[in-house]
Design a protein around this ligand. Structure first.
Ligand SMILES: *Cc1c(COP(=O)(O)O)cnc(C)c1O
Length: 339
């Protein structure tokens, strides 16, 4: 199977498994796991922040960030396509008692003007706008990345209006590899970042939240309340450290493979509206009468897995476990399809 369902489907490489087996561990709830501590310090340092917190998932790091940055009856300003709105079960309401103020954009990339226009005036009867979330890269938007300039402009609006800025950086290294630039440059513009180790970086489990010392101290309490305090989690953290050391630069390869898929799709008559491909995600629509059910069935029969991403929409994601040869095979399968 050529599995293009998601970049979460990767399995640990032999080198990663060796690093996990060799990990020194302890009880992380007592902060005695040296490998978890090292991962947290490493991530915080990379982005120029003071502290980090290792969590079981990116949903948890985002949800903790929402909780710590807001109070009930506040609202978070974010894109309609954002993961915190679309794919976290409405957790913003459940965990934090807050609302969402949604901005609609073509590919999930906000601008300072849109954010500024969304901030509410301080009337008693309005939700209080206290937080902005940007997603870089934006999954549902097709994996597009922010320019540093746009992030700076959004940050300036947040400072002017007194709002916090959280970065859902599930694929922040894809964004950095695509746009160039240093992690610390983006880190300097946001109050907190959620970094997924289990997406393109290829670790089996885990995300890290980074921010100020005070923010992470509070986040640690919320993690425990959510049941996310883990014990000998160093085995998992070791995979994250290995991924950061070995799997960042190679993301460019995933981007190249996604580009090949997109270039092929652009030539096929039954495909329309391919979202701009900048990183490892390819999203496109099927021209009626082709439906995702029929198309995905065809793909499965020919050894390729992809996912339905809307009534006419398909998503394919490239990653560590799909080689250039496998993409060549997938391309042949796509070319052989006739609507
Ligand atoms: C995958 C993802 C998350 C959450 O990650 P999980 O580890 O699956 O909970 C958050 N934000 C974005 C943009 C994602 O793609």
């Amino acid at each position: 199977m050529i599995n293009l369902l998601s970049d979460t489907v990767t399995k640990p490489t032999p080198g990663m498994l060796r690093a996990m087996m060799a990990a020194e561990v302890g009880d992380d709830v007592f902060r005695e796991d040296p490998t978890v501590n090292a991962l947290e310090v490493k991530c915080a340092g990379l982005f120029g922040h003071e502290a980090g917190l290792f969590c079981p998932s990116g949903t948890m790091t985002n949800q903790i960030a929402l909780k710590v940055h807001t109070r009930p009856l506040d609202e978070v300003i974010c894109d309609e396509m954002s993961h915190i709105f679309q794919y976290e079960v409405g957790g913003y309401a459940f965990n934090s008692g807050i609302g969402v103020n949604l901005i609609r954009t073509p590919y999930g990339i906000l601008s300072a003007d849109l954010v500024e226009a969304a901030v509410r005036p301080p009337y008693d009867w309005l939700p209080r706008s206290t937080l902005v979330v940007i997603e870089n890269t934006c999954n549902k938007g097709g994996g597009g990345a922010y320019s540093l300039e746009t992030i700076r402009e959004i940050h300036a609006v947040c400072l002017k209006k007194g709002l916090a800025l959280h970065l859902d950086g599930a694929r922040i290294f894809n964004a950095l590899v695509a746009k160039g630039g240093k992690p610390a440059d983006i880190g300097a513009e946001v109050d907190s970042i959620s970094i997924c180790l289990s997406k393109g970086l290829g670790a089996p489990v885990g995300s890290v939240l980074v921010g100020s010392r005070a923010f992470i101290a509070e986040a640690r309490r919320v993690r425990k309340a959510m049941g996310g305090g883990m014990r000998q989690a160093g085995y998992l953290a070791a995979a994250g450290i290995y991924a950061l050391d070995n799997h960042v630069e190679r993301l460019l390869e995933d981007h190249t493979q996604a580009r090949r898929l997109a270039d092929t799709l652009a030539e096929l008559s039954w495909v329309e509206n391919i979202r701009p491909v900048e990183t490892n995600i390819v999203i496109f629509d099927l021209k009626p009468p082709t439906t995702p059910a029929v198309f995905l069935d065809y793909l499965t029969k020919h050894g390729v897995k992809a996912s339905a991403f809307g009534p006419q929409t398909i998503r394919m994601v490239t990653h560590l476990d799909v080689s250039s040869d496998m993409i060549g095979q997938a391309i042949a399968v796509l070319r052989a399809y006739s609507a």
